[in-house]
Each structure stands twice: as structure tokens, then as C-alpha cells.
Design a binder for this molecule. Structure first.
Ligand code: NAI
Length: 342
């Protein structure tokens, strides 16, 4: 049995890391078939007249799974984020980002094993910004009770399935008493009513960041609203080797889009420097998700084979420059492929 997956190469380093990951998936006999669709600047370059073509969204609705490269969003002016639009359109409300220490990758920290669960559809990402008067602008932070509730439910359900023991909600409800207040209120409610066996605590985000860098091993699952989840994801990525080594996934109730935490990295695009590991790890998350959803053992088998192979490459120091190695994007892909069967 083969599963059709929408491949969105994206912008900047997206096409190079996507190509590398597809080579590895094919070499590992992952039971996947890809249909390629575009989003971002790549969609315009491919002749579409919109950044998020309807065909791309419809294809994800049809096939349920997508593997996505990063899409550029201009800073300041210009178009609004395609990534945010995709998450909102498909109601991919839960972003999950596992952050783990990797074999052979030396950092300041050992034994990091965290999962960030990020609310993906509202907060300051509502995109509601107004000119109030000359020199005064207002960006609106939106929180709705159903969205706060469903992300809390998702996090506790995830904790239960993954045998995780503790959830910490990051917030700033001392200042944003209503929006962040509602976020922790719903988290607390879900904990007390449905999941009393999972440990739960709350931490003000600034102090939580200090504690994270002092000792990340005191945390397990970090439950964050949208912006905090975005920032904390990069902070945690830095603990285990950086953005080249941190995968992610966006889940809705039916569709799931797997993408690395990193962006399009224009500073290194087209130079064979990008680390494809983060997207590769996202692809293994996808294989495991398909295995769980459709009981296809071949997906779990391919995921394990790939994980063992990239761990072995890392262990042998066969890495890209961001992790201290000398390989390029393609060289790393080859190093993983060589280790798939042994
Ligand atoms: P970035 O993640 O693209 O890059 C930050 C730094 O990390 C850069 O020095 C880059 O070279 C390095 N880096 C990132 N990924 C790497 C990889 N795989 N291997 C080696 N080094 C890597 O973040 P930045 O510069 O803030 O954003 C660039 C663009 O990406 C922006 O337009 C931003 O909006 C977009 N972006 C898109 C995301 C998505 O599609 N999900 C997520 C984050 C940013």
C-alpha cells in the first residue's frame, strides 16, 4: 500500500532540502507517492497568480498529508504569511515541535527531550493591525475560548498517547489578563476535568525562558499560545544544535502538514549548505503519523530505518556545517542513504 502525500518544496532552501529528503525516503522504501504543489514565491514563479493556490489547499484536503518546505514572508511590508494562511485555511490548530538532544551533536545541554505544543491559529497572528492615528498602530491579539480549549485538549491527549508526564503552560496572564488568562483557564480546566493524572503547572513566559536555559530537563511538554510557541521553538532549537535539527508538524482534525521549524534561510539558499535533517525528521514524524492513523507497519519500519541512519551519520560526525561538519546538503543525504541498511 502506498500513501499519496502533497509535497510543497517552498522557497529559499526549501527545494534543496526537499530534494534531499525525497532521495532518502525513496532509498528507505518509504511507501509514499508525492504529488508536487506550490506555495509562496515559488507558486508565483510557477505561474500561479496567488501565493497559496487553491489547488495546493485542495490537494492537501484530498490526500490529508503534506510535507512542506519553508515559505518566505517579507519583513515589515509586503504580502502576509503564506504559512499562517495555510494553517488557518486548513484549521491546523496544533503545531508540535519535538526538541531532542542528538547523538554526536555537542551543545551546552545534554538529555534535552521537550515537546512544544503551539496554538497555531490565533493570538497576535490574527493579522488584524490598524493605523489608529498618525504614528500609532494597533496589532490585535485574539483569543477565543474554543481555540484555547481545543489546543489544551490536544496537548493533554498527546501527552497521554506519548506517555509524557507533565505539561507546563507558558503565559503572560499577569499583563494580558484576558487573552492569556483565558488560555490558562482552559488549560487548567482540561487538566482538572479530563487529565488529572498528567502533572500540570503554569509559568510566566519570561521566567520560564530563564528556567529553560538554566535546565531544560525540568520541562516535558510546553503548551504555548501562538507567538510564545514560535519564539520558544527557536530558543529550544538552539539547545540541540539549531534550526537545521528541529522538526515540526501542524495538525488539524483531519489534515496534517509536516514542516521543519526553520524558515527559507535566504542567506544560504542555493549553496548546498542547508541541513535537510529538520525536514527529514519531519518526514519521519509523518511516517509515524500515517502508521498510527492507518495502521501501516511499513511506514513505521521506514521511519525507524531513517532515524537509525541519520543518528548513525550524526554519531560519525557526518553532518552539515551548521552542526560542525563538512558535508553539504547532498553529501549529508548520501551519508544517510549509505547507512540505511546497516
Ligand atoms: P530562518 O530559519 O530561515 O534562518 C535563521 C538562521 O538559521 C539563518 O542563519 C539560516 O541560515 C539558519 N538556518 C535555517 N535553517 C537552516 C538549515 N536547514 N540548515 C542550516 N542553517 C539553517 O529564519 P529567518 O531568517 O528569520 O527567516 C527567513 C524567511 O523564512 C523569512 O521570510 C521568514 O518569514 C520565513 N520563515 C518561514 C517559516 C515557514 O515556512 N514555516 C518559518 C520561519 C521563517
Amino acid at each position: 500500500m502506498s500513501h499519496t502525500v502533497v509535497m510543497i518544496p517552498g522557497d529559499g532552501i526549501g527545494p534543496e532540502v526537499s530534494r534531499a529528503v525525497r532521495l532518502i525516503l525513496a532509498a528507505a522504501d518509504a511507501p509514499l507517492e508525492f504529488v508536487e504543489h506550490h506555495a509562496g514565491e515559488a507558486a508565483l514563479a510557477a505561474g500561479h497568480n496567488e501565493l497559496l493556490p487553491k489547488e495546493t489547499v485542495e490537494a492537501i484536503r484530498q490526500y490529508k498529508y503534506a510535507l512542506k518546505g519553508p515559505c518566505t514572508t517579507p519583513v515589515g511590508g509586503g504580502f502576509r504569511s503564506v504559512n499562517v494562511a495555510l494553517r488557518k485555511t486548513l484549521k491546523l490548530y496544533a503545531a508540535v515541535r519535538p526538541v531532542r538532544s542528538l547523538p554526536g551533536v555537542k551543545t551546552r545541554y545534554e538529555n534535552v527531550d521537550l515537546v512544544i505544543v503551539r496554538e497555531n491559529t490565533e493570538g497576535l497572528y490574527s493579522g488584524v493591525e490598524n493605523d489608529i492615528t498618525d504614528g500609532v498602530v494597533c496589532s490585535m491579539k485574539v483569543a477565543t475560548r474554543p481555540a484555547c480549549h481545543r489546543i489544551a485538549m490536544w496537548a493533554f491527549r498527546y501527552a497521554t498517547h506519548r506517555q509524557r508526564t507533565k505539561i507546563t503552560a507558558f503565559h503572560k496572564a499577569n499583563i494580558m489578563k484576558m487573552s492569556d488568562g483565558m488560555f490558562i483557564e482552559e488549560s487548567r480546566k482540561v487538566h482538572e476535568r479530563d487529565y488529572p493524572n498528567i502533572k500540570y503547572n503554569e509559568m510566566i513566559i519570561d521566567a520560564a525562558c530563564m528556567r529553560l536555559v538554566q535546565d531544560p530537563t525540568q520541562f516535558d511538554i510546553l503548551l504555548c499560545e501562538n507567538l510564545y510557541g514560535d519564539i520558544v521553538s527557536d530558543l529550544c532549537a538552539g539547545m540541540v544544535g539549531g534550526l537545521g535539527a528541529t522538526p515540526g508538524a501542524n495538525f488539524g482534525d483531519t489534515e496534517a502538514v509536516f514542516e521543519a521549524v526553520h524558515g527559507s534561510a535566504p542567506d544560504i539558499a542555493g549553496q548546498d549548505k542547508a541541513n535537510p535533517l529538520a525536514l527529514l525528521m519531519s518526514a519521519t514524524m509523518m511516517l509515524n503519523h500515517i502508521h498510527t492513523s492507518e495502521a501501516d507497519e511499513a511506514c513505521a519500519k521506514a521511519a525507524l530505518k531513517i532515524k537509525n541512519a541519520y543518528n548513525s551519520a550524526l554519531h560519525d560526525g557526518k553532518t552539515t556545517g551548521d552542526l560542525g561538519g563538512e558535508l553539504g546538503t547532498e553529501g549529508f543525504a548520501q551519508a544517510v542513504i549509505e547507512r540505511l541498511n546497516g
